[in-house]
Design a protein around this ligand. Structure first.
Ligand SMILES: [Zn+2]
Length: 286
């Protein structure tokens, strides 16, 4: 399947869909979600940013099945992927990496306030979010043996965040990458730049034809390669600034990348700060 710029409900494999949204940022670009049907079981991947958007997502689910959602995967803890949990659960059992539960329990309410401050104009019901934490957690890898369908949950290590999950359907060569893939949108590096590059390298050796990104249009390994080059070049330039003794603010001004033409380039300072932190922790000057 080739990449394209359609939004809404898109069947990406037999009985597996992507929901490509244009919720935030204002220029569009996700967050996205997905559904997988397996016999009587219904798997939902991410719940979007608020009850209102999640109800819209539920409407898409009703276009493909009358059955109740069985499981909801949270690909990571960011509010734009989990603040709609309450719409699906109950009845769905929520599954995520253990760090997602930890983060939502300890910081959920603070996250709602901070999202509301930034986004209440776009998402008026965001302050009413009742944060529901995952019920089942895992650490490295988990396999769901659904009715006639195998679904693997893979934690690639600290990458976009410390609790990312990629949802892999090996029989369909399909990956729901969560925020490990931002497709032609500048990436916010909260976790680790090296970890994120490693996560992409893990995907590169997997048998995959189609990737549903956390943000942006449906993709293939080609678009993943674009993000990898962005991260490698960014890391290289920022480390060079670190080694020359520049401040992170100074480094932010020095970085010159073609990828800064992607939407959301204002996230550059976050990436620079994360890479500075990694460099300080490493104590290395390579
Ligand atoms: Zn995210």
């Amino acid at each position: 399947m080739t990449s394209h710029s359609r939004t809404g409900l898109i069947e990406v494999a037999p009985h597996a869909w992507a929901v490509i949204m244009s919720v935030i940022p204002p220029e569009g670009g996700g967050p996205n979600a997905g559904f997988v049907l397996a016999g009587d079981q219904v798997l939902v991947i991410d719940s979007l940013i608020s009850s209102g958007f999640s109800q819209q997502l539920f409407g898409y689910l009703r276009q493909v099945t009358d059955k109740s959602p069985t499981y909801l995967i949270n690909t990571h803890s960011h509010g734009d992927h989990v603040f709609g949990n309450q719409v699906f659960s109950p009845p769905a059992t929520i599954i995520a990496h253990e760090k997602v539960r930890e983060t939502l329990l300890s910081q959920g309410e603070v996250m709602v306030k901070s999202f509301a401050e930034r986004l209440s104009g776009l998402v008026p019901d965001i302050q009413d979010t009742n944060v529901i934490a995952p019920h089942i957690t895992y650490r490295r890898h988990m396999t769901l043996h659904l009715d006639g369908r195998t679904v693997e949950l893979i934690h690639p290590g600290v990458a976009h965040t410390d609790g990312d999950t990629m949802v892999y359907l090996p029989d369909d060569k399909l990956l729901y990458a969560g925020d490990i893939l931002f497709n032609h949108i500048f990436p916010p590096i909260f976790g680790s730049s090296t970890g994120w590059i490693t996560a992409i390298e893990q995907i590169e050796v997997m048998d995959i034809d189609t990737i549903v990104p956390g943000h942006g249009s449906i993709a293939t390994k080609k678009e993943l390669g674009g993000l990898k080059r962005c991260l490698i070049e960014l890391r290289c330039q920022v480390k060079d600034c670190f080694n020359r003794g520049l401040s992170s603010e100074g480094a932010t001004k020095q970085v010159a990348l073609p990828y800064l033409e992607w939407p959301r380039a204002e996230r550059l300072p976050l990436g620079v700060q994360t890479i500075y932190q990694e460099s300080t922790n490493d104590g290395d000057t390579n």
